[in-house]
Design a protein around this ligand. Structure first.
Ligand code: IPE
Ligand code: IPE
Ligand code: MG
Length: 252
């Protein structure tokens, strides 16, 4: 459903597909791993930028279910970088009252990553500055199937009446049901696809695709994405005239 926009037309929830690390490195004659390492700095930067712009929810697609099929060495290195990030950033996250969360098939993560992640989530659970959601080992279809399975179980037990299932009931079975849908999706690296990210939640998000490779994505690029968002008219199926009427307080 249409959510009220914050007064200055900023998104409440920004989701980011952080793509292009490998190409960034290859363009410099380096291995893909160097791109992932450089990508960590861009993560730090985007968290800062989002916080400074008072974005309430930031979701970062860091590793997909499909990414498990990459070469073993690359997967291992990504898991190592994730550990390093969780160890090195926790102080700054605390300082700025950032709440760490995660969605995805987290049970597939190596135990040490899982432990650091669980600790970051538990230690920051009381913060209310910004929710920083990591999509890890995440796949949109898997999330929807998992929700359907749990809903079916509850129906079987008589806890849910199938006739009462609507979008709201279903969405409550997704992984972080309290999050509003992303208002803005940013994808770096130039590809025009969703790559199985938040398939349910992105139904009406504004898309901003930039050719900038993730390691190069800085505060200026983030500001540009927010500016582009502010200039959009979100119509949710209505006519432009209806939308403008409503925003002036008139009847549609
Ligand atoms: C995004 O960069 C990082 C992850 C998917 C983990 P890529 O590694 O996909 O970089 P490209 O798309 O190959 O350049
Ligand atoms: C999407 O990037 C996943 C992440 C950014 C974590 P990919 O590089 O895996 O996507 P495809 O393969 O180009 O669709
Ligand atoms: Mg990629």
């Amino acid at each position: 459903m249409a959510e009220a926009k914050p007064p200055d037309n900023l998104p409440r929830h920004v989701a980011v597909i952080m793509d292009g690390n490998g190409r960034w490195a290859e363009a410099r004659g380096q291995g893909r791993i160097a791109g992932h390492q450089a990508g960590i700095d861009a993560v730090r930067e985007v968290v800062r930028s989002a916080r400074e712009r008072r974005i309430r929810y930031l979701t970062l697609f860091a590793f997909s279910t499909e990414n498990w099929n990459r070469p073993r060495l690359e997967v291992d290195e990504l898991m190592r970088l994730l550990q390093r990030y969780l160890r090195s950033e926790l102080d700054e996250l605390h300082e700025h009252r950032i709440r760490v969360r995660a969605i995805g098939a987290l049970d597939r993560l190596p135990r040490v990553v899982r432990r650091l992640l669980d600790r970051a989530i538990a230690d920051t659970a009381h913060h209310d500055g910004m929710d920083l959601v990591f999509a890890l080992s995440y796949g949109g279809r898997a999330e929807i199937v998992d929700a359907a399975r749990r809903l079916a179980r509850d129906a079987e037990r008589g806890e849910v009446d199938p006739e009462q299932i609507d979008e709201k009931v279903f969405a409550a079975y997704l992984q972080a049901p309290d999050l509003p849908d992303p208002d803005l999706l940013i994808r770096t690296g130039g590809e025009s696809r969703l790559s199985n990210f938040l398939l349910w939640q992105l139904a009406y998000s504004e898309l901003h695709i930039t050719p900038v490779m993730w390691p190069d994505f800085g505060p200026g690029d983030f500001a540009e994405a927010l500016d582009a968002f502010s200039a959009r008219e979100r119509r949710y199926g209505l006519t432009g005239a209806q939308v403008r009427d409503r925003s002036q307080g008139g009847a549609a």
